[in-house]
Design a protein around this ligand. Structure first.
Ligand code: ZN
Length: 113
């Protein structure tokens, strides 16, 4: 163990706790399909009028219906979620998302991480 090893410990490898990803899980109002998307807190956010950040995401299901689910998220300057709105669907939890796909018999579509 030397100087280089401690540098590595400082900058590399040890976990990805701050990878900056925020996952959104929604259910389509029309067909009930559960969808997932990821917001990259480093790249996807735009500055909002309120002095924080915001992002708009559009989710479309796997082809069963063509409902577009619009999600609007607001973040404070520390990039913490402060409010969220949705149209065309409703927010669900990661657990509900997994349950939906566990019952559907087909593999859940995963977003690229
Ligand atoms: Zn749908």
């Amino acid at each position: 163990m030397g100087f280089l090893d401690s540098l590595k410990g400082l900058f590399g490898g040890a976990g990805t706790a701050s990878s900056g990803g925020y996952y959104i899980y929604v259910r389509c109002n029309r067909c009930g399909e559960a969808l997932q998307t990821r917001v990259n807190l480093q790249n996807d956010l735009s500055e909002s009028d309120a002095g924080g950040y915001m992002v708009n995401k559009t989710l479309v299901g796997s082809g069963r219906c063509f409902e577009r689910i619009e999600v609007h998220l607001e973040f404070n300057p520390a990039r913490q979620l402060v409010s969220r709105e949705i149209s065309g669907g409703e927010f669900i939890t990661a657990q509900e998302y997994d349950q939906y796909w566990a019952q559907s018999g087909s593999p859940a579509p995963r977003v690229t991480r």
